[in-house]
Write a protein that binds this ligand. Structure first.
Ligand SMILES: C[S@@+](CC[C@H](N)C(=O)[O-])C[C@H]1O[C@@H](n2cnc3c(N)ncnc32)[C@H](O)[C@@H]1O
Length: 167
């Protein structure tokens, strides 16, 4: 019984929905025209998906199972992945060599900065995203922020890890 409760809490704790303003603040720095974008952890209610649609970008969403998506059809991944799977998610994207712009916890950004976590690619740090909607409509503060595997078009983001090459 105790185990069941723990599992349920873990599943629910991935449900933190990104605010529209946090999408605008970060994603406007990228010119994504001509790119095929996949939001693998988003449905049509997601503000990430909505913002990219409002920009008339070529974007698809699919919140069913990110592991089952055919990423060869896309140029870039943009999402707020489940916190409980984020390291596996990034390692997978790196292994298939697809670019990404995603939201992660500040703990992970700090770990990348300090060299404790290394995904083997350069990681750029974008704006913070510190408040998220919960399924019950409440807003919860969580220390998170954007990272990307490439430099934004405004050259605003800073390289978090020195080389992204394991050093
Ligand atoms: C941090 S939330 C972000 C939600 C939404 N994309 C947003 O930012 O508004 C992560 C989402 O990933 C979903 N998720 C969990 N496991 C998943 C999986 N294996 N494949 C795709 N989505 C998954 C969760 O249900 C949750 O809605």
């Amino acid at each position: 019984m105790q185990q069941l409760k723990t599992c349920k809490r873990k599943t629910m704790d991935d449900e933190f929905f990104t605010m529209y303003k946090d999408c605008v603040r970060e994603l406007h720095k990228y010119d994504l025209r001509g790119k095929k974008i996949i939001c693998p952890c988003d449905n049509k209610d997601s503000n990430i998906y909505k913002y990219l649609k409002h920009c008339y970008y070529d974007v698809k969403c699919d919140s069913k199972e990110w592991r089952k998506i055919d990423y060869s059809k896309y140029d870039i991944v943009i999402t707020n992945p489940p916190f409980s799977q984020v390291r596996e998610f990034i390692r997978y994207l790196v292994s298939i060599k697809i670019d990404f712009i995603i939201i992660v916890s500040d703990v992970l950004r700090y770990s990348i900065k300090n060299g404790k976590t290394n995904f083997g690619v350069p990681i750029y740090k974008g704006w913070d995203a510190q408040k998220f909607y919960r399924p019950d409509g409440n807003i919860k503060a969580v220390h998170c922020g954007w990272i990307a595997s490439f430099q934004d078009d405004w050259n605003e983001n800073i390289l978090l890890n020195s080389k992204g090459d394991g050093k």
